[in-house]
Unconditional design. Structure first.
Lengths: 147, 509
């Protein structure tokens, strides 16, 4: 039966195998004189063992479907929003990107009224920029129009 | 002793300078807010505000960050008592009897006892920290790479052993963190490892983005879609004072909680959570009326709240004296100190006494500030909870991006936060703890350096770890712990770690 422990153990095992495969480009060194790939390979081997142990012993954990994924829609929306922010932050500038993200999250995902959303997004994006960039002198990215 | 007092005098002259005092105050205030708001724990709070300290000198920055840390410990108890929502994980045990007291109309006394207990524990444990850290640091000056290697391995194993739930899972998480710590330039040979052409990964995966992802963003991902939080019980302010009987019943638990919390705080692991859990269990066992626990026993608030605050100071002992963080929060504090050009370790106390002693003194001051701040202003902080979560979490996401980006001014860090956030979300959903990942990430370069230096010292002979007494002892303890944890695997009995996991899920003990 596929349980959460088995799924996680399998994923960790695959990751360990991938690390071992990717370490082939680096000198392994010897047992007495470890090279840059030595510890990654040892750790990956231990992770592989833990992953296998989780697969073998994890039969009593709950099934993934039993966890309740009702927050999934929100989770996906937030992950997508942060990814878009990461792409746009240095292109559009901090204020525009953040205002857009807040508009999407509050207005479209949470379906608040548009007036509240617009005020909230503008106040937070401009306010945090003023506090950190202007007052505390932490440089934040500006867009092509200097905004 | 005279030395200590003279040093403390220096410390207070640093801590009571108006500008330092101001930052301690601001740190405590922000920390309380962070602790009250669900979804932002002390770790995320410290990480997010790290950039705000860049313009400050090291002492002020660290005083403010420490203020956020223990301020959050205070703030977390408020929501536990009034709403049965732990503002941060260490307040889980306070929810049980604190909320029961609030429902019986004793919310005010519960808040007062929690605040006074935290204050006593905080102050007493700073004294212990002050007495313990300098000798430990002088002892650690004798440590060479083999001793550090053994200490770090033991630290990770203790962390895994002390975490709630299965040790196997915790070890797997620590290994995942250690592997993540292998990314970047190999310090001994200069090889680029697993960077795939991303120059920013040369320094490795940053602790701050990883911690914000694993603790801040993943929390938002888990909770954003859930139903609205329950109603707040508003205490009336004139009911703040506990009765004489309540004072009497909480005195001993506060004392025991302080000692337990401090000792557990030194040990690597999620010290706050464990110390409050252990304190609760001890108080219930010692109580003459154990049946009252769960129905509003004042000892069930006093003990755990004192314990988790004492653990805060305990956790600073290995960080300040050895330069080895004992949990994810000290790990981020360590990263923050390094940003400010301070490298904690055995030499810190000797080389930068005004920083160390100023920090100690500011903790005395901070605890007093919190007591003064929290009780009269509790109504104000509770109003923060009226901000609807659909507005709160977008703001948390925004501050996460802001904080993570501005540490290095790099979008790569935002991507790291996003990836670790999704990984953390899935792992927590699947019942894995994420604290060992952060610790593994921080310790990986130290462990590797210590291992390879040791082998270089001994010409490749592994016996170097066994012939040096300190290293051998530490590794021996590590072996015993591993064997102990295998025993519960054999007997399949519910040991205390499994019970802690159940308690964290809110199931009856």
């Amino acid at each position: 039966m596929l349980t959460t422990d088995r799924l996680a153990g399998g994923a960790l095992g695959l990751l360990a195998l991938a690390v071992m495969f990717e370490s082939r480009r680096l000198p392994l060194g010897t047992l007495t004189k470890p090279g840059p790939a030595y510890l990654p390979v040892v750790l990956a081997a231990l992770l592989l063992l833990s992953g296998l142990a989780l697969v073998v012993l994890g039969g009593r954990a709950p099934r993934p479907a039993a966890l309740g994924w009702e927050e999934g829609r929100h989770t996906a929306a937030i992950v997508a929003a942060v990814a878009v922010v990461a792409l746009l932050l240095e292109r559009l500038g901090y204020r525009l990107t953040m205002a857009a993200m807040l508009l999407v999250l509050v207005g479209m995902v949470e379906r608040r009224g548009w007036v509240v959303t617009a005020l909230f997004a503008a106040a937070l994006a401009l306010g945090s920029f003023f506090l950190f960039d202007t007052v505390l002198r932490v440089p934040l990215p500006r867009g092509p129009l200097g905004f | 002793m005279a030395d200590t007092l003279a040093n403390l005098w220096v410390g207070f002259s640093v801590a009571l300078a108006p500008s330092v005092l101001l930052y301690a105050f601001v740190g405590c205030l922000i920390g309380t807010v962070v602790g009250v708001l669900p979804g932002v724990g002390p770790l995320a709070g410290i990480s997010l505000l790290l950039p705000a300290t860049f313009g400050l000198d090291a002492t002020r920055a660290i005083v403010m960050l420490a203020g956020i840390y223990y301020g959050a410990m205070y703030g977390g108890s408020t929501t536990s008592i009034l709403m049965r929502i732990p503002g941060e994980a260490a307040s889980v045990m306070t929810c049980i009897d604190g909320y029961a007291m609030a429902r019986r109309g004793r919310a005010g006394p519960a808040l007062t006892i929690a605040a006074v207990g935290s204050y006593v524990a905080g102050t007493a444990s700073v004294v212990a920290l002050m007495v313990l850290a300098p000798p430990l640091a002088s002892f650690a000056l004798r440590f060479g790479p083999p001793e550090y290697f053994a200490l770090l391995v033991l630290g990770l194993l203790v962390l895994a052993y002390m975490s709630s739930g299965s040790m196997l899972k915790a070890v797997a998480m620590a290994l995942l963190g250690l592997l993540a710590g292998m990314v970047g330039i190999d310090q001994m040979s200069g090889y680029f490892r697993f960077a795939y052409g991303v120059v920013e990964l040369g320094d490795g995966i940053g602790v701050v983005p990883a911690a914000v992802g694993l603790f801040g963003l993943s929390e938002v991902l888990l909770t954003a879609g859930q139903a609205a939080p329950p109603e707040v019980i508003k205490p009336r302010l004139r009911e703040l004072l506990p009765s004489r009987r309540e004072w009497r019943e909480s005195a001993a638990p506060i004392g025991r909680g302080t000692v337990l919390g401090f000792l557990i705080g030194i040990i690597p692991g999620s010290a706050h959570i464990i110390s409050s859990f252990v304190s609760y269990a001890v108080e219930r066992r010692l109580s003459r009326r154990p049946e009252e626990f769960g129905r509003g026993a004042v000892a069930g608030v006093a003990g755990p709240e004192s314990a988790n605050n004492a653990a805060t100071s305990g956790a600073f002992v290995p960080m300040l004296a050895l330069g080895v963080p004992s949990g994810p929060i000290p790990a981020v504090m360590l990263a923050a100190m390094m940003v400010h050009g301070v490298s904690p370790g055995p030499l810190l106390i000797r080389q930068q006494p005004e920083l160390f002693w100023g920090f100690i003194a500011s903790m005395y001051v901070g605890n007093l500030v919190l007591l003064v701040l929290n009780l009269p202003l509790v109504g104000l902080f509770v109003n923060l909870l009226r901000v609807p979560y659909p507005l709160l979490y977008p703001a948390i996401v925004m501050f996460s991006v802001l904080g993570v980006y501005s540490v290095n001014g790099s979008v790569v860090d935002v991507w790291i936060m996003l990836v670790t956030g999704v990984v953390g979300y899935l792992l927590r959903k699947f019942g894995f703890e994420t604290a060992p990942i952060v610790l593994g990430l921080v310790l990986a370069p130290m462990i590797e350096m210590a291992l390879r230096q040791s082998l270089a010292m001994s010409d490749g002979r592994y016996s170097i770890f066994l012939v040096r007494p300190i290293a051998a002892t530490l590794l021996g303890v590590a072996l015993v712990l591993t064997l102990l944890s295998l025993r519960s695997l054999m007997t399949r009995a519910l040991d205390w770690r499994a019970r802690l996991a159940l308690a964290e899920k809110g199931e009856p003990l």
